[in-house]
Design a protein. Structure first.
Length: 84
């Protein structure tokens, strides 16, 4: 499980399935940043992981500030399923 900051909006919502760097990931939670004051494009701060990590996310058995962080442009993310 890790954080993925997406620059731009690829049209995904909570529960979406995406592919990034050849890995299929589920978006457990999404926070939208930069709509009012911020960068020229919104940013989606997503908590992502594999489907077998869903229970770990739901039970909060992780430390959010210790997750690895990756960034990507919206064009680099392939949307497999836009929402749950």
């Amino acid at each position: 499980m890790h954080k993925l900051i997406i620059h731009g909006d690829p049209g995904i919502r909570k529960g979406a399935v995406i592919s990034h760097d050849g890995e299929e990931l589920v978006c457990f939670g999404i926070n939208r940043q930069g709509d009012w004051h911020g960068p020229d494009r919104p940013q989606l701060w997503c908590t992502v992981g594999t489907s077998d990590e869903r229970e770990t996310y739901e039970r909060r058995e992780y430390v959010p500030m210790h997750l690895d962080v990756e960034t990507a442009d919206a064009e680099e993310v392939e949307v497999i399923q836009a929402r749950a």
